[in-house]
Design a protein around this ligand. Sequence first.
Ligand SMILES: Nc1ncnc2c1ncn2[C@@H]1O[C@H](COP(=O)(O)OP(=O)(O)OP(=O)(O)O)[C@@H](O)[C@H]1O
Ligand SMILES: [Mg+2]
Length: 141
Amino acid sequence: MKFPFVGDVKSETETEKIAQEFARLLKPGDVIGLTGELGSGKTFFVKAACKTFGIMNVSSPSFAIVNIYNGIEKINHFDFFRIKKIEELFDIGFDEYIDENSITFIEWSEMFPELMPTKYYQINIVFINNDNRKITISKNE
Ligand SMILES: Nc1ncnc2c1ncn2[C@@H]1O[C@H](COP(=O)(O)OP(=O)(O)OP(=O)(O)O)[C@@H](O)[C@H]1O
Ligand SMILES: [Mg+2]
């Protein structure tokens, strides 16, 4: 996979393939921001990516703010959607989650762009219709 990556997918299976190809490139310490409207497939993408690490219990962290999964890698899965103030994230120790031992996915990352490290992957998913999506993955460094 080369960056920026742009893919037009026509099914969930195609999204899963891209997510798993992407996940194979990830290393501990990596941070991935996901953007795209409600129901575009951000959680679906994280779920598919996590299968690569043997993690099968991924769910949307929108109420919990963060889910932690332990598989071949340790994964932090954030969802900023319900956060009103950045202080709420500092209160739950956001800074301590992002470390060299874990991979961090952040849904709705555009809500607090100042929290993204200098190096991170950005995934944008555009809902086209039905099962069609446009997926863009870029590497910021
Ligand atoms: N090609 C596709 N890629 C991803 N998801 C798809 C695709 N086709 C259909 N879907 C469906 O779209 C839905 C995406 O929901 P998902 O919860 O992943 O969205 P989300 O972006 O995380 O939403 P939210 O902003 O509420 O967190 C799922 O029900 C999934 O099965
Ligand atoms: Mg979601």
